[in-house]
Design a protein around this ligand. Structure first.
Ligand code: FES
Length: 66
């Protein structure tokens, strides 16, 4: 356990913004290299999942709840 906190922010009509993550494991159990701050796709249209590639803008992704 480190003293650095991890946080996840839901951006308006956009990705999850994750700060302070140390390890990200994909569905194949592979560890992905992560930056100090990353954006994870929430719309399902990214061609670089799990990361956001900006496709949410092209498809006009809207989340009325957030
Ligand atoms: S949230 Fe950005 S591509 Fe899906």
């Amino acid at each position: 356990m480190t003293d650095k906190e991890c946080s996840i922010e839901v951006s308006k009509d956009g990705p999850y913004i994750v700060n302070g993550l140390n390890v990200l494991v994909n569905s194949k159990g592979e560890k992905l290299e992560v930056q100090p701050s990353i954006a994870l796709c929430r719309c399902g249209s990214s061609k670089n999942k799990p990361f956001c590639d900006g496709s949410h803008i092209e498809i006009g992704f809207k989340d009325e709840k957030n």
